[in-house]
Design a protein around this ligand. Structure first.
Ligand code: 2AM
Ligand code: CA
Length: 260
């Protein structure tokens, strides 16, 4: 099952990678920063077909549509393209994200970056991998760390908090980055390339797979308020390696004035 799932994701990555600029048609959803392209719908349809054949009883929760679970409560949580704005402009920083959840918990997650040909995956309790090699978070403290964040551009009212936290974390770290694909950012923490990631509002398909990969790589993922992230409704996300976690959490609480 894992092998077939990874093969399906690689195949769809090739579809993304092969998209010519002239063939990409973007449409606005809630606004000009919230896009869907013909490739998002195509890749999601292909994945649904392939994954349905692998596990017919599973339902689907996908960014571009939803099919409720029909059988044993397993659900594939799919983002056919995470980083659609990047994709629509040929800025090659996007991924495919697929998680399998059972009883509200991700048990399998895979994230594929077709441009770097990096396939991350994890099964709960079995560690995390990138292209077959085990990965783990770094042990750098925040002071020696790189912080990644997302700006939730479709919710402009959150921007002040987002950038206040970015400034506070920048002051306590080496530098900040913003890629445009939350799934790649979380996998970057998992692979020990960066130390912290946050975004104030994301959807389950943005972090379901990468969150499991991060936890299996030894990292921590919670909401900014401190609870577990939800696989059914939008959540804020704060993620870090174990060493940087406490400092990142404290700074986040100070900036957001959350009572511990
Ligand atoms: P997407 O490219 O699949 O849309 C960018 O800040 C991150 O937020 C990306 O991972 C992006 O995923 C995600 N995102 C985009 N639109 C969103 C929305 N309306 N709600 C929550 N997350 C969103
Ligand atoms: Ca998407």
């Amino acid at each position: 099952m894992l092998e077939e799932l990874l093969r399906a994701i690689r195949e769809e990555g090739a579809v993304m990678r092969g998209a010519l600029a002239a063939e990409i048609r973007a449409e606005e959803k809630s606004g000009p920063e919230d896009l869907v392209t013909n490739y998002d719908t195509l890749v999601q349809r292909h994945l649904e077909e392939k994954l349905h054949a692998l596990l017919p009883q599973a339902g689907f929760l996908g960014e571009e549509g939803l099919r409720a679970p029909t059988g044993d409560g397993s659900v594939f949580i799919i983002d056919p393209i995470d980083g659609t704005m990047n994709f629509s402009r040929g800025y090659q920083r996007s991924s495919i994200s697929v998680a399998l959840a059972r009883d509200g918990q991700a048990v399998l997650g895979a994230v594929y970056d077709p441009y770097l040909n990096e396939l991350f995956w994890a099964e709960r309790g079995r560690g995390a991998f990138c292209n077959g090699r085990p990965i783990c978070v770094s042990d750098r403290p925040l002071e020696r760390g790189i912080v990644m964040f997302g700006t939730a551009p479709y919710y402009r009212e959150i921007a002040a908090k987002t950038f206040a936290l970015g400034r506070a974390l920048f002051d306590r770290s080496l530098d900040v980055r913003r890629s445009g694909s939350a799934a790649i950012d979380l996998c970057s923490v998992a692979a020990g390339r960066v130390e912290v990631f946050y975004e104030f509002r994301l959807s389950p398909w943005d972090y379901a797979a990468a969150g499991l990969i991060l936890e299996e790589a030894g990292g921590v993922i919670r909401t900014i308020e401190g609870g577990p992230v939800s696989l059914t409704v939008k959540s804020s996300v704060l993620a870090a390696n174990g060493t940087a976690w406490e400092a990142a959490r404290q700074i986040t609480q100070e900036v957001c004035r959350i009572d511990p």
